[in-house]
Design a protein around this ligand. Structure first.
Ligand SMILES: [Zn+2]
Length: 289
């Protein structure tokens, strides 16, 4: 999915291009992606409304309109945003992957939200009903907020009995970390992805907290520096994610992929050692070995 650093870049691009503009038309290539939580039908409910603000919240993008309406998008696995220069919109039928197109006045580019897998969701709701939007209404701590202190993080992880990678990716605990940055954060903290939260020493917990801010902020800075169009996902600077089979940038050991929970984690077996005995090997104990 577009992850937090990608979405910070998207947020900045959208703010510069379309905030303050009036919507003159809205379309979809696949109505099943839309969740219209108001009585007025799409697209009329959005037309002639001014886009007052764009804000990333966790892994969601929130668009505030001038009439107390919001559009909230969960881009899920492959959703992406694109700005289309005025006059260059295709005149053929919209593909199903075009989940939402917003056309603006005043020479602004159109905004397309594209989703090839159509797993994302586009919610249109009254601002008062936002808390009822699934996951979005229950998002956990904003990991970029100043309130996300070592103490706040320590209190969250102290309650957990699951593997640390699953905890990092639990959107109701932390908003929001996906597959790629979970791997990068664990690498930066030197923790094996199968480590259990309740096996972490206090120093590990602090290292993990520090790694979250450092990895995400470094990625935000790198993506900002590249300044690619907002639909481009810049990932070539990542140290472990997508690099299985290649040498670790720190020690040269081959990066491996391993199944953790319901996803694959990439890690360096040398930099992220499974130092603690996580599973008792009963067979060996019975053998007296
Ligand atoms: Zn290494």
């Amino acid at each position: 999915m577009p992850e937090l650093p990608d979405l910070v870049h998207v947020e900045a691009g959208l703010r510069a291009a379309v905030v303050g503009k009036r919507i003159t038309a809205a379309r979809t290539g696949d109505p099943t992606v839309l969740r219209i939580m108001v009585s007025e039908p799409f697209p009329g409910v959005l037309v002639d409304r001014t886009l007052a603000a764009v804000e990333r919240r966790g892994h969601f993008m929130r668009f505030a309109l001038d009439n107390d309406l919001v559009i909230v998008i969960n881009a899920m696995l492959v959703g992406r945003y694109r700005l289309v220069p005025p006059g260059s919109e295709p005149n053929k039928k919209d593909p199903r992957s075009l989940a939402l197109a917003l056309v603006f006045d005043g020479g602004a580019p159109a905004l397309h939200y594209l989703d090839d897998k159509r797993m994302g969701k586009v919610y249109v709701a009254r601002a008062a009903d936002e808390p009822t939007i699934p996951i979005y209404g229950q998002l956990g701590a904003d990991v970029l907020s100043p309130a996300f202190t070592r103490e706040a993080f320590g209190a969250l992880i102290a309650r957990r009995r699951d593997q640390v990678r699953a905890f990092l990716m639990d959107k109701r605990a932390l908003a929001s970390i996906g597959n790629a940055y979970a791997d990068e954060i664990l690498f930066a903290a030197g923790l094996h992805p199968k480590t259990f939260c309740n096996k972490l020493a206090p120093a590990d917990v602090d290292a993990l907290h520090d790694a979250i801010a450092r990895v995400l902020n470094d990625a935000i800075a790198e993506i900002r520096k590249r300044d690619e169009p907002i639909e481009v996902k810049v990932r070539d600077f990542l140290k472990v994610r997508g690099r299985d089979g290649k040498p670790c940038v720190v020690c040269g050991t081959t990066i491996r992929a391993v199944r953790v929970g319901d996803g694959d984690a990439c890690f360096c077996p040398h930099c992220q050692r499974e130092t603690r005995k996580l599973f008792v090997n009963w067979t060996r104990l019975n053998d007296g070995g």
